[in-house]
Write a protein that binds this ligand. Structure first.
Ligand code: GDP
Ligand code: IMO
Ligand code: MG
Length: 399
């Protein structure tokens, strides 16, 4: 049972990337299993901030193999931009970034269709990142999609042209992508076809049989799951722990531990229900203190109090074995903050000086963590007190 899963328990942006980066060194492999460039995972390396959209957050650990699983969808242009940035940083990624031949491709027309679908919804729009996620998964499940494996075929250009044409036939010509966009797309496809595309489930199964440790990195969050989130204000993939098995090709009993990541408050980008949402000055202050602007789109994130009834449900749906709490330094800066308890009652806490949590957790921080552990009935293994890689305290036994 060598598979550990890190995933978000709220509406995404819980700090998954930071936790995965922090834990990666202990694993043979870090793998993404769902979602695509709608994700934005922020890591700090030598004090410099990096946002990864499609590349697993283990990439800065040069002993670790990074895998893109079959459940992921890949935008060649964004992918090309990301690997070019890694080259610029001098990160050796070429031999250790493996892509599933079964992962689907996002075409420029998928992005266009995403925008048209959102525009048509008007006020009822989801607030999608407009990265083409929905339309690309639609094609996958309609069995009309193109996969990374198609890039290895001699006639790959013909295959992709047919896919593009099928979309263009339904679009007025003034909406067709400009020639330079298509050129950039073809160049990125050419580059992608040179990468290590293979049936990655074979290596993953071999590691599984040999007992090697694998870390699965979730994208989005539980409340954005296609079925168990706030439908239709959700993404188009399963974000729950069970999805790690199908999105990588590993059996269910491979899962050993599930680390559920959540912030000390709540945020949501895009539309949809948010029971503990704040408005006005309180919301603005959380947004400012927490720098709550989307890592992918730069949009301001809606802010609110921590909702333990929703969190409890997320723990049960995912079989969470351990919790990771992030952004404690943000909530500490408020003179007073609130949390909706599992009993439906509001619980109030006074703030404290976040500097006191730097070396080890201060007493008020420990009291808050203990309150969460008791309410949620689950051990809190990690507590993050700043965006920096090492600013994570180990609280309960994870090993
Ligand atoms: P992800 O999508 O779950 O990986 O999260 P994002 O990277 O989209 O958003 C999390 C944001 O919070 C990033 O800007 C992180 O640098 C930042 N962050 C993570 N942990 C902490 C923390 O403990 N304190 C503070 N202040 N920021 C944090
Ligand atoms: P990470 O992995 C936060 C939200 C969008 C929108 C809805 C559907 O960084 O936590 P989509 O682009 O999938 O059609 O958008 O889901 N969303 C995210 N919100 N973090 C994410 O990823 C998200 N990925 C999608 O804002 O409400
Ligand atoms: Mg994010």
């Amino acid at each position: 049972m060598p598979l550990d899963v890190v995933l978000g328990l709220q509406w995404g942006d819980e700090g998954k990337g930071k936790l995965v980066d922090r834990l990666s060194a202990a694993y043979r492999c870090v793998a993404r299993f769902q979602g695509g460039p709608n994700a934005g995972h922020t890591l700090y390396r030598n004090g410099v901030r990096h946002v990864l959209h499609q590349i697993p957050s283990g990439i800065f650990h040069e002993e670790v193999i990074c895998v893109i699983g079959n459940g992921v969808i890949i935008d060649p242009i964004t992918f090309y931009t990301e690997i070019t940035a890694l080259d610029g940083l001098g990160v050796a990624w070429r031999d250790r970034l493996w892509l599933s031949d079964k992962a689907h491709l996002i075409l420029p027309t998928h992005r266009l269709l995403d925008r048209l679908s959102e525009d048509a919804k008007g006020e009822a729009r989801i607030g999608s990142t407009l990265r083409g996620i929905g339309p690309a998964y639609v094609d996958k499940y309609a069995r009309e999609g193109l996969r990374l494996g198609d890039l290895l075929a001699a006639d790959y250009r013909h295959r992709i042209e047919s896919g593009l044409q099928r979309h263009l036939d339904h679009l007025p010509s003034e909406l067709h992508p400009p020639a330079e966009d298509l050129e950039a797309f073809w160049a990125a496809c050419q580059c992608l076809s040179q990468l290590d595309i293979r049936p990655v489930e074979e290596a993953l199964l071999d590691w599984h049989d040999a007992g090697a440790d694998i870390l699965a990195e979730g994208a989005q969050g539980t409340r954005l799951d296609i079925d168990f989130g706030d439908y239709p204000f959700v993404t188009s993939s399963h974000t729950l722990s069970a999805s790690a098995c199908l999105g990588l090709g590993l059996p269910p009993q491979a899962i050993r531990r599930v680390l559920g990541v959540f912030k000390a408050y709540a945020t949501r980008v895009g539309n949809g229900p948010f029971p503990t949402e704040l408005h006005g000055e309180q919301a603005d202050r959380l947004q400012r203190l927490g720098h709550e602007f989307g890592s992918t789109t730069g949009r301001p994130r809606r802010c609110g109090w921590l909702d333990l009834p929703l969190l409890r449900q997320a723990i049960r749906l995912n079989g969470v074995t351990h919790l990771a709490l992030t952004k404690v330094d943000v909530i500490a800066q408020l003179p007073e903050f609130q949390t909706l308890g599992v009993d439906g009652q509001w619980h109030r806490f006074g703030g404290w000086n976040p500097e006191n949590d730097r070396e080890q957790l201060s007493e008020p921080a420990c009291r808050f963590v203990d309150f969460l552990r008791l309410q949620l009935g689950c051990p809190v293994a990690w507590v993050s007190v700043s965006p920096e890689r090492d600013a994570v305290h180990s609280v309960a036994d994870w090993a």
